[in-house]
Design a protein around this ligand. Structure first.
Ligand SMILES: Nc1nc2c(c(=O)[nH]1)N[C@H]1C(S)=C(S)[C@@H](COP(=O)(O)OP(=O)(O)OC[C@H]3O[C@@H](n4cnc5c(N)ncnc54)[C@H](O)[C@@H]3O)O[C@H]1N2
Ligand code: MOO
Length: 404
């Protein structure tokens, strides 16, 4: 682990915590996978095009390939063949001749223009063109999409559905991608019961947080390889910690992050040599979030309050998973400047991340800002970043916000 260690209970600022993740967390490694299995993963090397695309000039419409200089409105041209996508016309075309052509088919040698069939009148081997077929030439030049050797996708690019098209178009069968981080998720708390069962036990609540965290892990291109819920008993939690550290590159523990006697999230890793990178962050919600290292694995502690857990997962887990896959923390923290659709109350003494909803008029802070809220989470698609001490803002004020 490089970078400074913030042992003890020092509270550090948000930017300092993110900078620590950026400097101390590095990529796990790489693996070669077939293209069909690369979706959602992160490219580990730049991807260059093997050939020009299109390789030859091709028609952009169904119609006729012609020599423009030898083509006049109403004049007869002899149709000498056909060019299809996948089976081009072998010969050469001369002025006064035309080749029937289809979208994506190679332009015959000598031709320079494709005239859409909507402007053509065909009789046997003869075609005539009606007025109005210009001005477009409907030809895609060789290399007009990209040239051989062009950088199509840089290292660190996540293979989104759109990027998958570009990767396949580069004409490669396998891709070198970041190893998928293996993640363990442990929920802690005597009150937790599996969803669907908590009503059967007085004082139990449905364990909800790890479902959101696991979904985020999956969306970030990582794999949850171990999941457990532990009661607030240190020896049993230490055993879960051991199993999780054994199975995963990153262990996420939720709850038990606060200062109560039964808050065991950090103690359960102490026996395994936990070294803290940071112990608390001066943000609201989520102050008890912490990050450490034990047995060479990363350990992230999220507060148990469901909204706090999801906010801290968004702010710290996503940048952490980005670094483990060779991406930058900034790739996950792209702040946007957006207008408020409704007034926003003053921030307190801690930097806060207000849950908000976006519509055409702008951002509206949700009415329920309780860090324990669960019902409001589904509607909270943005976080508004409010510096400590920010005064109340009116409608139309511009704020810094992050998709949540
Ligand atoms: N005296 C103090 N009390 C608290 C402080 C403090 O500084 N001094 N900090 C508060 C803050 S801020 C937060 S956030 C919470 C964090 O608490 P923990 O991480 O220890 O979380 P728990 O006590 O285990 O649980 C809090 C809350 O969330 C519910 N919970 C926990 N895990 C789950 C789960 N997996 N699914 C659904 N709900 C969960 C739990 O039942 C509690 O209601 O501490 C404050 N207290
Ligand atoms: O920070 Mo806690 O997450 O405010 O409720």
């Amino acid at each position: 682990m490089s970078g400074p260690s913030h042992a003890g209970d020092d509270v550090i600022g948000f930017e300092a915590a993110i900078a620590l993740i950026g400097s101390a967390v590095g990529p796990l490694g790489t693996v070669t996978v077939p293209l069909a299995e690369a979706e959602g993963r992160v490219l580990a090397e730049p991807l260059h095009a093997r050939s020009n695309v299109p390789r030859r000039a091709v028609a952009a419409m169904d119609g006729y390939a012609v020599v423009d200089a030898g083509t006049q409105v109403g004049e007869a041209l002899r149709v000498i063949g056909e060019s299809c996508a996948g089976a081009g016309f072998g010969g050469r075309i001369a002025p006064g001749e035309a080749v029937r052509i289809f979208t994506g088919a190679p332009m015959p040698e000598g031709s320079d223009r494709c005239i859409m069939q909507e402007y053509a009148t065909r009789q046997g081997d003869v075609v005539r063109f009606n007025r109005g077929y210009g001005p477009a030439w409907h030809v895609r030049a060789s290399g007009s999409d990209f040239a051989a050797g062009a950088l199509l996708l840089d290292a660190g690019t996540r293979l989104t559905p759109r990027a998958m098209v570009a990767a396949a178009a580069a004409d490669v069968a396998d891709l070198l991608v970041a190893a998928r981080p293996r993640v363990a998720i442990i929920g802690t708390g005597d009150e937790l019961a599996a969803p669907g069962q908590s009503y059967q036990r007085e004082d139990a609540i449905p364990e909800s947080v790890t479902f959101g965290v696991a979904a985020m892990v999956q969306q970030a291109g990582a794999a949850t390889v171990y999941r457990a819920t532990g009661m607030d008993q240190l020896p049993a939690l230490e055993a879960l910690a051991a199993a999780a550290l054994d199975a995963a590159d990153l262990v996420i523990v939720t709850g038990g992050a606060s200062v109560g006697e039964r808050d065991f999230a950090r103690p359960m890793f102490a026996a395994h040599g936990l070294e803290l990178l940071f112990a608390k962050v001066a943000i609201k919600p989520g102050k008890p979030v912490w990050l450490g290292r034990a047995q060479g694995k990363w350990v992230l502690g999220l507060p148990g309050n469901p909204t706090s857990a999801m906010v801290t997962a968004r702010l710290f887990l996503l940048p952490l998973l980005a670094r483990l896959q060779g991406r930058r923390v900034d790739d996950e923290l792209r702040w946007r400047t957006l207008p408020l659709a409704a007034p926003l109350g003053a921030a307190g003494s801690r930097e806060s991340f207000v849950r908000a909803h976006w519509d055409d008029a702008g951002l509206t802070a949700l009415g329920n800002q309780d860090s324990g809220a669960q019902g409001a989470l589904a509607a909270a698609d943005w976080l508004i970043r409010c510096p400590a001490g920010q005064p109340a803002l009116g409608c139309g004020a511009m704020v810094s916000a992050l998709p949540f």
